[in-house]
Design a protein around this ligand. Sequence first.
Ligand code: GLC
Length: 428
Amino acid sequence: MTNPGIDEDRLRTEARAILRENDLGGYTIPTKGLYPFQWNWDSCLVALGLAHVDEDRALTEIETLVAHQWPDGMIPHIVFHADHESYFPGPDVWGTARATPTSGITQPPVLGYALRRLLDGARDRAMVAPRVAALLPKVAAWHRWFASARDPEATGLVAILHPWESGRDNAIDWDDALARVPTDGIGSYVRRDTTHVDAAQRPTKEEYDRYLWLVQRFRRLGWNQAALHDASPFRVVDPGFNAILIRSAEDLAAMARALGAPEIAAEAEGQAGRGRAALDGLWHEGLGQYAAFDRAAGTLVESASIGGLLPLMALEPGHPRADALVGRVAGLRSAVRHPVPSHDPADPRFDRLRYWRGPLWLIANRLVADGLGRHGRSDAAADIARDGLALVARSGFGEYFDPLDGRALGGKRFSWTAAMVLEFLEMA
Ligand code: GLC
């Protein structure tokens, strides 16, 4: 489709150039300077964009990530392929003792979801299908790890143990749980992020102290994942993270059925079903959407963030809660100039500039748009895609954007923003 006023060719060319310049050979860094390594969910989402350019390279992106899976099944949130001074906390802080250093926590499991998009959209299925088939047992192992290490009481939902695992690092959702994390004994350190990006657009020093305390606590436990859950003062069940896991389990099952792996399919169907059934426990009547559950405190969190809208991508079509979520997205759409803010602007804690406390992110929009399409609202999904294209055409390939005036924020020439532009060009 053509979108009046948007130079689609220029956007496409620029998006491809950004993915090329951030390609360090087999993996794509999110952006130069600020994020000089491979990030887990960035790579999976970047693969969606790469698939429009080069399917072989898209699969390589994922294969490189999965090659660093831990023996227990976890796929880490950062792979430190090379040394780099410009990032803190680096490998020496994590101390995970892996041959190629990695962090010791994980990130939203969009892997199964991304792989299914690559498989279903494959132009060269003979090349793509066997490589996807070879990855399925690894995806299954990661999902199994989630069930045991992050849901030890078999509730059907998994907890994140560090805000960085959510992918929405400083979301308002984590404030109360993070406030209970101590800061004693962390020592002095020098942040690097604020040398690349205005501090007003980044998490605060208090947040950083607590992030580091958690890393140090887990490190002292030898990164024994089986021990971390109960030892962490921060244990939060994020509806967004769980929705992504449920959807990835559904997509894993579909791929496994199609590619002749019925045991993986049955296991994944079971996991998706248990997750869906448990999701309703995160419904917050007052907010009219899903909310995070603070597992350590035993309470639902009063925070209307985009995490509580992502279940759109996991609920079965026709699910009674879907209409309310579609309505919430429409409400947010009319509250800002550019959808979808990462937090409800009606909340006094909303901050239009600060990272995940208000700005809009094209990757989150991509997942919301998927959910809208799943529930029969392709019109609203296309509207989000079109707005994303117009935004980038005007402001550039920022990391995130001010939803009120559309200015680009954070890092520049950002890989997943480029990848989402390539996606939105197909959807809008
Ligand atoms: C930030 C984001 C996270 C992302 C990473 C690399 O930490 O919050 O979602 O994966 O940057 O882009």
